[in-house]
Design a protein around this ligand. Sequence first.
Ligand SMILES: [Fe+2]
Ligand SMILES: [Fe+2]
Length: 181
Amino acid sequence: MSTPIDLGRPVAGDVVDLILEDHRRFEGLLRTMRGPHADRESARRAFSALHVAHALTEEEHVYPVLRTKRAISEHDAEHGEEEHAEGNEALLGVLEIKGTDTQAYEDAVEKLTAAVSHHLAEEELSILTPARTNVTSRVRDNLGEAFCASRNKLIDDDCGTLEKVRRIVGRAERKGILDTD
Ligand SMILES: [Fe+2]
Ligand SMILES: [Fe+2]
């Protein structure tokens, strides 16, 4: 594993709870990334791996099932994907900066924090709340298992390196999800 920070390794549970646990991890890591006496570099690496793994897993495993079960609309899923792309773009901005003690780094982390906080609030409201009320607990448990397997595997595969995030952002640009300017 490329990061000394523990990202947890859940294996099962209600997918909504598991996603919320990761969201709180994001917030903690973002605090450490800008903390004055914190190991910013380790937090940056850990955040990157978790953000890539979490977002990709939601897009590939969670959103499609919630769509099929009519818990969320196509627009909700697409909007979530757009916000993931914006988060990854802001993440790339943080990863591109050498060192973690410059004003440029702190500005980039601030942008990332704004993008991610916005997405977490919106996803919790427009995707997780309907998932909790419109999908059976059996489906949420099955999704929980798939979520854990995919998320953990991506983290094991070191999915948040600068090179990989560059490729993910490039792909989003080509798909027209991100403005290319
Ligand atoms: Fe999420
Ligand atoms: Fe998300």
